[in-house]
Design a binder for this molecule. Structure first.
Ligand SMILES: NC(=O)c1ccc[n+]([C@@H]2O[C@H](COP(=O)([O-])OP(=O)(O)OC[C@H]3O[C@@H](n4cnc5c(N)ncnc54)[C@H](OP(=O)(O)O)[C@@H]3O)[C@@H](O)[C@H]2O)c1
Length: 303
C-alpha cells in the first residue's frame, strides 16, 4: 500500500481520496480551505497545513485542482509540494484538467527534483468519482503507468486506465475529449431552446434527442435536466469550468495545426452564462442563459 499525498479536496479530490482510503492507502491531504477537508479525517486521512508538508515522505503526490493557477500554487508556490525533499523513486501525478503548457513545465520541474512524473487527468463527474469508476488518461513512461496501475485501480475500478503515450499525452487527449464534450452540451442547450421557441414540449424533445442518433450520453443527461428544469444539486460542473477546459483545449488544438471552429463557437455559447451572472451554475443551466439572451435581443428590437 502506498503513502499518498493528495493536494485538493474539492468534489473530485475528496471522492478520489475516499476511494484511496477504502483501498487501504495512507493518505495525507492538503486543501487550501482546511475545514473542507476535515470530514476526511473520520475516514482515516491525515491533514497537512501546506502542500510541502503533505508531500514529505510520500510515495505518490497527486493533485486535483481547479486550473493552472491553483496547480502552480500548490506544486511550486513558496510552500509548494516541490519545495521539499522526496523519497527516492517517488511519483508526481497531476490529475487536474490544466493546460498543456503548464503540464510540460510542471513535468520538467518535478523531474528536476528527481520525481517520476505522469499526467493523469480523469473523466467522469463527482458521482462517478465517488463510485470509483473514473476514466484515467495517463501520459508517462509505460513502466511508470504499469507500476501505478494497482493504485490507480482504486479510482477507476480497473476498467478505465488508458495509457495515451509519453508525458503530456494524457492532458492532450483529455482537452480534446472535453472540447468534444462541451460542444455536445452547447448543442443540446441550443437544440432544446430552439424546440421551446418552436412550441415543442421539452420532455418530448429530450426523449426524441435521446432515443435518436443524436443520443450521446451528454445529450441524454443534459436534455433531461433541461426538460425537467431540475439541475444537479450540489453543482457538479459549472459553466465557468466548461469555458476553462475549452479555452485550454482550443489553444492546444490550434497549436497542433488543427482547427477548432466549433471550440471557439462553444466558448461563445457558454460565455453567455458569464454575461448573465450564471457562470458558477451547472453547465446544464446554459439553457437559462440562452433564454436570457433571447429576452435581451427581443427587448432591444422593441426600443
Ligand atoms: N467536476 C467534474 O465533473 C470534473 C470532472 C473531471 C475533471 N474535473 C477536473 O478536476 C479538477 C477539480 O475539479 P472539482 O470539480 O473537484 O473542483 P472543485 O470542487 O471546485 O475543487 C477545486 C479544488 O481546487 C482548490 N483550489 C482552487 N483554487 C486554488 C488556489 N488558487 N490555490 C490552492 N487551491 C486552490 C480548491 O480549494 P478550496 O477548497 O480551498 O476552494 C479545491 O480543493 C479540475 O481541474 C476539473 O476541471 C472535474
Amino acid at each position: 500500500m502506498a503513502r499518498i499525498a493528495f493536494l485538493g479536496a474539492g468534489m473530485m479530490g475528496a471522492a478520489m481520496i475516499k476511494n484511496y482510503l477504502k483501498s487501504g492507502h495512507a493518505v495525507t491531504v492538503y486543501n487550501r480551505t482546511q475545514d473542507k477537508a476535515r470530514p476526511l479525517m473520520a475516514l482515516g486521512a491525515t491533514l497537512a497545513a501546506t502542500p510541502r508538508e503533505a508531500a514529505g515522505g510520500a510515495d505518490v503526490i497527486i493533485s486535483s485542482l481547479t486550473n493552472d493557477e491553483a496547480s502552480r500554487q500548490c506544486w511550486s508556490g513558496s510552500n509548494g509540494a516541490l519545495q521539499g525533499e522526496f523519497k527516492p523513486g517517488a511519483y508526481a501525478i497531476e490529475a487536474s484538467t490544466v493546460s498543456i503548457d503548464w503540464i510540460r513545465e510542471l513535468a520538467r520541474l518535478a523531474m528536476d527534483k528527481g520525481l517520476r512524473f505522469l499526467d493523469c487527468p480523469v473523466a467522469g463527474r463527482p458521482d462517478v468519482a465517488e463510485a470509483g469508476r473514473l476514466k484515467v488518461f495517463a501520459g508517462g513512461a509505460r513502466q511508470d503507468v504499469d507500476a501505478l496501475r494497482p493504485m490507480l485501480n482504486a479510482i477507476s475500478n480497473g476498467a478505465g486506465i488508458i495509457h495515451m503515450g509519453p508525458v503530456g499525452t494524457g492532458i492532450t487527449f483529455k482537452l480534446i475529449y472535453n472540447v468534444m464534450g462541451a460542444i455536445q452540451v452547447a448543442a443540446t442547450a441550443e437544440g432544446m431552446f430552439a424546440c421551446e421557441m418552436a412550441g415543442i414540449d421539452l420532455r418530448v424533445a429530450a426523449e426524441g434527442f435521446s432515443t435518436g442518433a443524436t443520443g450521446s450520453p451528454h445529450v441524454v443527461r443534459h436534455s433531461r435536466y433541461m426538460a425537467e428544469n431540475q439541475h444537479e444539486d450540489p453543482i457538479q460542473f459549472s459553466g465557468r469550468m466548461r469555458i476553462k477546459d475549452v479555452d485550454y483545449g482550443v489553444n492546444l488544438i490550434e497549436r497542433e495545426g488543427a482547427q477548432s471552429v466549433l471550440g471557439h463557437a462553444t466558448i461563445g455559447v457558454f460565455g453567455q452564462m458569464l454575461e448573465h451572472g450564471m457562470g458558477d451554475l451547472n453547465d446544464s443551466e446554459l439553457i437559462d442563459a440562452l433564454r436570457a439572451s433571447a429576452k435581451v435581443r427581443q427587448s432591444s428590437r422593441h426600443v
